[in-house]
Design a protein around this ligand. Sequence first.
Ligand code: 0X9
Ligand code: ZN
Length: 300
Amino acid sequence: SMSWDMYYTLDGINSWLANLITAYPGIAGIIIGGRSYEGRDIRGLKISHGSGRRAIFIEGGIHSREWISPSSACYIINELLTSNDPATRAAARDYDWYIFPVTNPDGYVWTHEQFRLWRKNRRPIGTEFGVDLNRNWNNNWLVAGASTDPASDNYAGTGPFSEPETLSLSEYIRSVGDRIDLYISIHSFGQLLMVPFGNSTATYANYHDAVNIGRRAMGALSVRYGTQYVTGNIAEAIYQATGGSVDWVKEHLKVPLVYAYELRDRGTFGHILPPDQIRYNNEEFMDSVLEIIHQAKRFG
Ligand code: 0X9
Ligand code: ZN
């Protein structure tokens, strides 16, 4: 089983997932959200206690240096399969869960083997490398907070969905489609919970419900260790940035609840979050996801 005081490599995460499908046959199954530029599978886990349920979709590790993101996605998987907590067990049984801990596998391997702070994928573009996979989705592509310079950390790519990771993952998400009740994109750092859109503070049908549910979830997150998050629209809470996954999911699939997390911390350690905070971060994150589910039922 996974320990929550260290970060795992891609191989470590993948063999842990492989062990789970053996340990939980008929409940946990490997899903493949496509393939990376360098040919790695985008591997995830579907957890389902029966067919035809509404779905919760969780995408981690699109920015490879944000190591706490895959870890927290794995923690959710582990809780859904092993917890005895009644709310967790109900959540596991009530939904089909689609969880991809590492949606940028090439970048993740690069951060472990060559350069700890690598953010983008690893496609060569001229003499440079990498597209920011959270600027490459086909929604307001290149409109704000994105670069046309392949040397930039915010390079948006050669066109919308120019990258195999975003193209194939988006097709996978679309295949789950209107069964999705809740979509979560996990990033770090900053302790923020954000709702679409990335370039506009304009509201939409359930905008205020989404923010209210988010605020309550961040209240639940703070209970265990007092960790404070700020909830709000992306453009307001962090900066304008378009071409991100959550904007595409909200705009094109009309998913009712769509959130992007920026997990711990607020900058003391930043992307190099010490391993002794992994467990606390992941526990409080799980608390907040359960509260989103609980609140979503109240708001309908
Ligand atoms: O810049 C980003 O992509 C995210 N921040 S990070 O520090 N993790 O890189 C913010 C994502 C907000 N979501 C969208 N702009 N769609
Ligand atoms: Zn990020």
